[in-house]
Design a protein around this ligand. Structure first.
Ligand SMILES: Nc1nc2c(ncn2[C@@H]2O[C@H](COP(=O)(O)OP(=O)(O)OP(=O)(O)O)[C@@H](O)[C@H]2O)c(=O)[nH]1
Ligand SMILES: [Mg+2]
Length: 125
């Protein structure tokens, strides 16, 4: 939500919408999780929300693609640091990968999506 709202306001909206997220989980092959690599203060929250979401039964077989985004900005955590902050190595029975991206420069996105397309094709065979 990039509508210039305060964090407090956004958290309130999120708490209201969260119950509806799971309506969209069925028939999901993959989750693409975009992380602001500069927003260190919210990495822990981001970690908790990711792990909670992946506990959903309907996401049991979904591959996980993480974009460590905003790499063009000063102070961005590396993809290894984002992976560590999100606790990706603790994920069990999950196909996942992380790519560093800059959405504004258009970098890293195709690499990540190529990985995902391959995984999904392999899983369908
Ligand atoms: N420099 C840079 N800016 C980006 C990138 N991707 C998105 N943005 C910009 O980030 C702004 C939105 O910031 P976000 O952190 O996604 O959203 P937010 O408004 O902070 O809301 P939150 O979801 O609460 O973090 C927009 O102005 C985007 O253009 C990127 O890769 N690099
Ligand atoms: Mg932000």
């Amino acid at each position: 939500m990039g509508l210039g709202r305060s964090n407090k306001h956004k958290v309130r909206i999120r708490d209201r919408l969260e119950p509806y997220w799971r309506c969209y989980y069925s028939n999901t092959d993959a989750v693409i999780y975009v992380v602001d690599s500069v927003d260190k203060d919210r990495m822990q929250t981001s970690k908790e929300e990711l792990h909670a979401m992946l506990e959903e039964e309907e996401l049991k077989d979904a591959a996980l693609l993480v974009f460590a985004n905003k790499q063009d900005m000063e102070g961005a955590l590396s993809s290894a640091e984002v992976a560590d902050a999100l606790g990706l190595s603790t994920l069990k029975n999950r196909q996942y990968s992380i790519y560093k991206t800059s959405a504004v420069k258009g970098e890293g996105l195709t690499e990540g999506l190529d990985w995902l397309v391959n995984i999904i094709q392999e899983n369908k065979q």
